[in-house]
Unconditional design. Structure first.
Ligand SMILES: *[C@@H]1O[C@H](CO)[C@@H](O)[C@H](O)[C@H]1NC(C)=O
Ligand SMILES: *[C@@H]1O[C@H](CO)[C@@H](O)[C@H](O)[C@H]1NC(C)=O
Ligand SMILES: *[C@@H]1O[C@H](CO)[C@@H](O)[C@H](O)[C@H]1NC(C)=O
Length: 451
């Protein structure tokens, strides 16, 4: 009896011991597997790593959209008390591309030639590339300088041995008609949406923090500074004069180059696309065109079957596109800042899109598209950015009462109308009820009289 008890108790203890050990080892094995899995996942997951070379992205390069800012320019609009507010210091005129700006774009053109030699013919052909600019002197001139670097004439294209340059068309339309690149075609719904944002309590609160700065800038510059954009313009004039080694007036020491003004100037770049709706109406048409062209190219429908599409535009264009793609890190896009949207097709014929941003002379890195990584299937890309792709831009830009009752606080009006309808219905049914009662009464009376 005793020995059996002993044995069973021993067995129990041993079982208990083994059980515990087993649990511990199982836990350890599980942890190891999870760790290993994680490590492997990070290794294999393209979202987790940033390849630094073109070649490391999967698929073959087929098409690129290039969106760049113009090069170095003179101030657009100097402030009233500006000591350098005189055309004699800026002989080429206000807001014009300078020789430095031409050189910068010529260099960028050469850089693009080198990067895209696999899809760009050595000789210019309108069936290979299309160039579109906003209708502004400095962007038109930037595009031309850029093309001088991109397509130096060779072979039969040399038309004058003394000029190492050939004419290449740059397309444009008036800004007021341009809903796509200049994005200045009228859009009342956009203006309304922007007003709504700027008069919102949150935005007013934000502006309040800069009130003292704005008041100081307004007083010293001789022109009211009320908004972030006003501050940005002033900062920009100071920035250019400083770049040209023109001594700035003493009052600027307190603000220029300091965090507060720099932040206000940078922040202004995010306002035009601050909400998804603003982004949709401002940058949406351009993104929609780009994605559509990618789709056409990938499915062999692009005609002519081009490989490069260039947009010559502004710092605001660069900021708006990046912000609509949720890739904008608050900053002032510098001269010749350049976005490249590249299309690759892999072995299984899947179109893949990568976005690069070159804002310095350093080699650009592919940006991490939210929820998709550095190489994003076109289908998924379109889904991710569906909220900023307008279905019918012109219709969405209209501001009708119907839109408002659907959209915003005019729910009040809708409720009013509803209550009115209910009241009318109630009155009508009440009137009907009385009418029938009377009729019944009338019908009833003769009977009672008969009785
Ligand atoms: C504002 O000035 C800072 C330098 O102080 C500069 O880095 C930034 O690019 C400027 N922004 C604009 C819009 O000019
Ligand atoms: C301004 O001064 C710096 C330093 O002396 C010089 O490198 C730069 O070329 C000057 N810029 C211009 C536009 O003259
Ligand atoms: C350049 O772009 C990167 C990536 O968007 C950003 O982090 C950085 O602030 C930009 N730098 C300048 C000088 O604009």
């Amino acid at each position: 009896m005793f020995s059996r008890w002993l044995i069973s108790s021993l067995a129990q203890k041993m079982w208990h011991y083994i059980h515990q050990r087993l649990l511990i080892s199982l836990t350890v094995i599980c942890l190891l597997l999870v760790g290993l899995g994680n490590a492997l996942h990070t290794y294999a997951n393209p979202e987790g790593q940033v390849p630094d070379m073109l070649a490391t992205l999967p698929g073959q390069l087929k098409f690129v959209h290039v969106i760049y800012r113009h090069g170095d320019r003179t101030p657009v609009d100097p402030y009233p008390t500006d000591p350098w507010n005189n055309r004699k210091y800026w002989p080429t005129g206000w807001g014009q591309l300078t020789n430095l700006g031409k050189q910068e774009h010529y260099e960028l053109g050469k850089w693009l030639r080198n990067r895209y030699s696999s899809i760009l013919n050595t000789r210019y052909s309108n069936e290979n590339i299309f160039v579109q600019s906003t209708d502004v002197d400095r962007t038109l001139m930037s595009a031309q300088s850029n093309l001088a670097g991109l397509f130096e004439p060779v072979g039969d294209d040399v038309w004058n041995p003394e000029i190492n340059w050939q004419p290449i068309p740059v397309h444009t339309i008036p800004e007021k008609d341009d809903a796509i690149l200049a994005a200045k075609a009228p859009c009342p719904a956009y203006d309304y949406e922007l007003d709504k944002l700027e008069s919102s309590p949150e935005f007013k609160e934000l502006t309040k923090h800069y009130q003292d700065l704005f008041a100081y800038l307004g007083e010293k510059s001789g022109r009211p500074v009320k908004t972030f954009t006003d501050a940005q313009y002033l900062n920009n004039t100071l920035f250019i004069e400083n770049l040209y080694n023109l001594t700035l007036p003493g009052w600027t020491d307190k603000v220029f180059g300091h965090e507060e003004l720099t932040y206000a100037a940078n922040f202004a770049f995010s306002i035009g696309t601050y909400t998804r709706k603003l982004a949709r109406l401002k940058a949406g048409p351009l993104l929609k065109d780009i994605f559509q062209r990618f789709d056409d190219k990938a499915s062999g429908r692009l005609d002519p079957d081009r490989s490069m599409w260039v947009y010559s535009a502004h710092d605001t264009t660069v900021a708006n596109v990046l912000n609509a793609l949720k890739l904008f890190e608050l900053h002032s896009p510098p001269y010749v800042a350049c976005i490249m949207l590249e299309l690759r097709v892999d072995n299984s014929n899947t179109p893949l899109v990568s976005v690069f941003y070159k804002n310095t002379t350093a080699e650009p890195q592919p940006l991490d598209i939210p929820g998709c990584g550095v190489s994003c299937p076109l289908k998924k890309l379109v889904k991710i950015y569906k909220d900023v792709l307008p279905m019918d831009w012109e219709r969405e830009c209209k501001r009708s009462t119907m839109m408002m009752t659907y959209e915003e606080a005019n729910l009040g009006a809708a409720t009013g109308i509803l209550i009115l309808i209910i009241l009318i219905l109630m009155c009508a049914s009440y009137a009907l009820m009385i009418y029938y009662r009377r009729r019944n009464y009338k019908i009833y009376t003769p009977y009672s009289q008969m009785a």
